[in-house]
Design a binder for this molecule. Sequence first.
Ligand code: NAP
Length: 239
Amino acid sequence: MKGQLNKQKILVIGGSKYLGLAIAQQASEAGAEVIIGARNLEQASQAAAQLPKASAIHIDIAEESTIAAAASQLGHIDHVVITASAHHNVPVKALEHDKIVAAFEAKVIGPMLLAKHFAPILSPGGSILLFSGVAAWKPSPGYAVMGVTNGAVSFLVSHLAKELAPIRVNAISPGITDSGTWNTLGEQNKKELLEGAASSSLVGRSGTADDIADTAIWLLGAGNVSGETIHVEGGARHV
Ligand SMILES: NC(=O)c1ccc[n+]([C@@H]2O[C@H](COP(=O)([O-])OP(=O)(O)OC[C@H]3O[C@@H](n4cnc5c(N)ncnc54)[C@H](OP(=O)(O)O)[C@@H]3O)[C@@H](O)[C@H]2O)c1
């Protein structure tokens, strides 16, 4: 990995924690200048302070004005990674309009507006990397919003890749991954979730942050890959 992303300037929105932070760390180890974008500038600055050549910027993917301001402040960038999501995992009978909209803003509408403001400042060999997720391909009660937003991301990358070429646009679709986000479930529930994911995969284990960060670093440099969703879920769709 060392030196693979030398002289590349990479913005990671959602980079102050979880998968975004793991990607920011690996990109930095690979030689990139990393900019951590987050709603909370203090958290982004704290994460950036741990990395060489890193800085922080305020971006709320649900607020177009912050996306436009960041593009104008940065002026030029090679790659943008967006890990933002807003969960609304409830049965259909409990769906709330504003939370559905927030989920689409984080994963679909925000990235569209990001493409609008960042395509003009991305280098021709650059790329945009979005996040889908296995829930799109594994319908399950309580996960309609997550499934549909993740599915929309997969369609979005092919449309953006066509229109913005030669800028490349791809997505990673993780399976259940121990990124830190599941810690909110409590130790026992998280253990059960990860064990369930392991038994419903082909490889007998759940995902790690390194699985995803390794794939992200590869995709940023994969000059012949565009419009694709790369599934990093141990074959869970096939079980
Ligand atoms: N971990 C898994 O098992 C898994 C499985 C399938 C798919 N995925 C997808 O992978 C991506 C990353 O997941 P994760 O595990 O790292 O956890 P996550 O909890 O989905 O992380 C979301 C990140 O986005 C940031 N964020 C949320 N809303 C934002 C907004 N409006 N503007 C800017 N940043 C925002 C969050 O920071 P703040 O809230 O502090 O602002 C956090 O850094 C997500 O898209 C998720 O859906 C994850």
